[in-house]
Design a protein around this ligand. Structure first.
Ligand code: ATP
Ligand code: MG
Length: 367
């Protein structure tokens, strides 16, 4: 990241590393630059460093190396009460001795907002999380999901410029969760709040975010808008982490521009897009989405390579058919097709030929 990129961004991580014990790096090399108003989600396995990044951005942990800037100023140089950051932690951390309404009023008092304004804002925030009737209770008198909603309301009540949320909807049922997903993104967009959101739920990440950062092992593996992440994963980790995905292993046989031919270990040849491979003879793991596999010859382009597959299982799911195949030694190769009048239902035991558009099959690293 150049000096000017880092200072133009509203939030910037510039070559950030973090070690808690002075030995192992739990954040290895983090570069991230967010414009004002962006909704960014961090997604990744447990222990990959997401909470650590939020804590550093909030100024509660210091980076071992590198810089974190908020509106061009190093976070460590901004006193905590001037940071204007709303936060929801993985544990809700409400003030136990205060009522719900007092919990929400507190960040407003700290910011010297007058009593009548405070009451209106507290009411609106409680209504947003459907907790309007609970203002007089203490946190210990609430369920986990209710506490989580109060924590969320408290983070947003003072209309902060930056909000950090660590699994804020983890304790909620599906319906409430979907309602809150909608409320959070709407509020963030309406008020132009910049948001860093952490979740384990892929669907949540894909539906709520402007961009998603996929973390693994203290690094961002890919940072991209949801559609790009799903359709153009840059490496095997991202391909397998996001959405359902089929993989096959083989060796690059030929590369011509945007088209690679890969010889599978059982001898079959498939057409792919070379993404992480550059030369003939290289090992690769190819990745293809279940909905992009075709078994109807009529729908395949002339000259497309096909390979044999044995049908193992057919599952009727209402709107779609999900069929499990054995392909080149992989017995978990799944295809999905829309339940339409002209769509064939495959029968277990049957042998078919499958193929795809070369651009839908990505030749990635073999790791
Ligand atoms: N205060 C701490 N002291 C020492 N090690 C820590 C501390 N906090 C986190 N770690 C370690 O740092 C690594 C990253 O932890 P972090 O909490 O950032 O992961 P995470 O991505 O948020 O995981 P999860 O999805 O489980 O919440 C882990 O290996 C964790 O054990
Ligand atoms: Mg965490």
């Amino acid at each position: 990241m150049t000096e000017s990129q880092a200072s133009d961004a509203f939030v910037a991580f510039d070559r950030v590393q973090k070690s808690y014990d002075g030995e192992t790096l739990v954040v290895k090399d983090l570069n991230l630059s967010m414009p004002k108003g962006e909704f960014l989600t961090m997604l990744g396995p447990s222990g990959s460093g997401k909470t650590t990044c939020l804590m550093m951005l909030a100024g509660f942990e210091t980076a071992t190396h590198g810089r974190i800037l908020l509106d061009g100023v190093s976070i460590n140089d901004i006193p905590p009460h001037k940071r204007g950051i709303g936060m929801v932690f993985q544990n809700y951390a409400l003030f136990p001795h205060m009522t719900v309404a007092e919990n929400l009023s507190f960040p407003l008092e700290v910011r010297k907002i007058g009593k009548s304004d405070r009451e209106g804002k507290v009411k609106r925030a409680l209504d947003m999380v459907q907790m309007g009737a609970f203002g007089g209770r203490r946190p210990a008198q609430l369920s986990g999901g209710q506490q989580q909603r109060i924590a969320l309301a408290r983070a947003l009540v003072f209309e902060p410029e930056l909000v950090l949320m660590d699994e804020p909807l983890g304790a909620l049922d599906k319906q409430l969760r979907e309602h809150m997903q909608f409320e959070i993104t709407k509020l963030a967009h309406d008020l132009g709040i910049t948001t860093v959101y952490v979740t384990h739920d892929q669907t949540e990440a894909l539906t709520m975010s402007d961009r998603v950062a996929v973390f693994d092992d203290g690094r961002i593996q890919q940072l991209a808008p949801p559609d790009e992440l799903y359709e153009s994963p840059q490496n095997s980790f991202v391909a397998q982490f996001i959405g359902e995905n089929n993989t096959l292993e083989g060796t690059v046989k030929e590369i011509k521009g945007d088209l690679a031919q890969v010889q599978l270990d059982d001898g079959g040849i498939i057409d792919c897009k070379p993404v992480n491979v550059s030369k003939v003879g290289e090992r690769t793991r190819v990745s293809i989405r279940p909905e992009r596999v075709e078994f109807d010859k009529k729908r395949l382009k002339e000259g497309t390579h096909t390979i044999k597959a044995e049908v193992l299982e057919f599952i009727y799911m209402g709107d779609i058919f999900r069929t499990r195949l054995s392909v080149a030694g992989n017995d978990n190769f799944v295809i999905k097709s829309r339940n339409a009048p002209d769509q064939t239902r495959l029968t277990p035991g049957e042998t078919i030929e499958i193929g795809w558009l070369p651009e839908d099959c990505r030749a990635l690293d073999a790791n």
